[in-house]
Design a protein around this ligand. Structure first.
Ligand code: GAL
Length: 421
């Protein structure tokens, strides 16, 4: 049944192409679901829309607000189940496999071989995009999640130095607090709590134990002393966060750093997109540094679009054009300059990129060979959405309840992951 649908879509695409439907009026439209609604994100999404429209295809924007994409995924499920999925949706990691397994996704193999994706993509990326050895999704970028963003003017005022270790982080945070400013800009939402927790886990556990816990779900790693330590450190952060944090969006938190109300934020490099959109310059107006204690390590988060089976041949052709555009060097450059991430093509010319991006690229490549490149579980690259959700709950509940101990919480974590498997 699934195979039949895929075949009919492919032959319809071939037919449309060979018939040479080159007129704009005949060209199809793609509806694209994403959650890129902050300043930097919206600018990035607009690049794709423009580049597709320039080729004569239509773009129907399907933006669902909400950092991290939880709301977008809920909306997508409703639409897909009612038999009306969009042409493409921002879907990541394991979820790609799940959607493909359910028979929803179309193949991009024709475009992939014409465009030589196999040769330009790192293996760690292309393997995530394939189901049954066929491309069903296309990667947009590589985000590094373990970053610290800092406002140098705040640091100067506080007489603090940019921290490279956890202990230095505490020293800097205390100084910023003493200077009457907010040390850490944070939004109290489950995915943001998880993002920060993940950075501390990497620092405390190291790459190997991190992998055992968050990718392999080894109960000993999940229940380890290092995990207890991670939770304890995580709680210490609370004294450095302001009382208005609950529910705050991540980009509002970034804005606190931009405006000098707060000294730091621990967040993936989509935060750089906000600094860029505000006209700020790295190394001058803001500093990007590895999250304390994680230099040389790289938690990766790859944004990607998965492509759904469509009935209309013109729309299916537009879909393939979208896939092709996403991996074109021009799009990779303009999009990633706005988004804060690095291009996903190994052969990309990086001359237009800033120092943060160059550092990110260098670390990505080095970490890939040193075993320090790890998938971000908080952004859906390491595990299933069920397990991710289970960890989110444990982490957030702990952060919001000072009465529960780290040891109790780690026991809960082991059980929660087991029951979500
Ligand atoms: C991540 C996504 C990024 C960024 C961020 C905040 O999960 O990969 O592209 O959008 O959420 O919304």
């Amino acid at each position: 049944m699934k195979r039949k649908t895929l075949t009919s879509v492919i032959s319809a695409v071939a037919l449309a192409t060979s018939a040479g439907l080159a007129h704009a009026a005949d060209k199809g439209e793609v509806e694209v679901l994403h959650w890129w609604t902050s300043g930097g994100e919206a600018k990035s999404a607009a690049v794709l829309k423009e580049m597709l429209e320039k080729q004569g295809y239509g773009w129907k924007d399907f933006a669902v607000a909400g950092g991290g994409g939880e709301s977008a995924m809920t909306v997508l499920k409703t639409r897909a189940v009612s038999g009306n999925p969009p042409a493409a949706a921002q879907i990541k990691g394991h979820d790609i496999q799940e959607w493909a397994d359910l028979g929803f996704l179309t193949t991009l193999d024709g475009t992939a071989s014409a465009e030589k994706w196999e040769q330009v993509l790192p293996k760690v990326v292309s393997s995530v995009m394939k189901y049954d050895d066929k491309y069903v999704a296309v990667p947009v970028n590589v985000h590094r999640v373990n970053w610290l963003w800092a406002n140098p003017a705040v640091f100067e005022k506080a007489g603090a130095k940019i921290p490279t270790t956890w202990d230095e982080f505490i020293v800097a945070a205390d100084k910023i607090k003493a200077a009457g400013l907010i040390p850490l800009a944070h939004g109290g939402q489950a995915w943001q709590d998880a993002t920060v927790f993940e950075a501390i886990a990497l620092e405390t556990m190291g790459a190997e134990l991190y992998m055992k816990a968050f990718k392999m779900h080894d109960p000993d790693a999940l229940g380890s002393v290092k995990m207890v330590e991670t939770f304890e450190k995580f709680r210490t952060l609370k004294q450095y966060i302001d009382k208005d944090s609950p529910g705050r969006d991540w980009n509002i938190a970034t804005n606190m750093v931009i405006e000098g109300k707060a000294g730091m934020q621990i967040m993936g490099d989509w935060a750089k997109g906000e600094f860029a959109a505000a006209g700020k310059k790295p190394g001058v107006d803001y500093i990007c540094a590895p999250a304390p204690g994680t230099a040389g390590m790289f938690t990766f988060n790859i944004d990607s679009f998965a492509f759904f089976n469509l009935k209309d041949a013109n729309d299916a052709a537009a879909q393939q054009a979208l896939a092709k555009t996403i991996l074109s060097p021009k799009f990779q450059e303009v999009f990633n300059l706005n988004k804060g991430s690095i291009p996903v093509r190994l052969d990309q010319d990086m001359s237009a990129f800033d120092q943060c991006a160059l550092d990110s690229m260098a670390t990505f490549k080095a970490a890939n060979t040193s075993g320090k490149l790890v998938p971000s579980w908080s952004h859906g690259l390491a595990t299933t959405s069920q397990i991710q959700g289970a960890i989110y709950d444990v982490v957030t509940n702990y952060f919001n309840d000072d009465k529960v101990s780290a040891t109790e919480t780690v026991d809960k974590l082991v059980r929660a992951v087991k029951s979500a498997m």
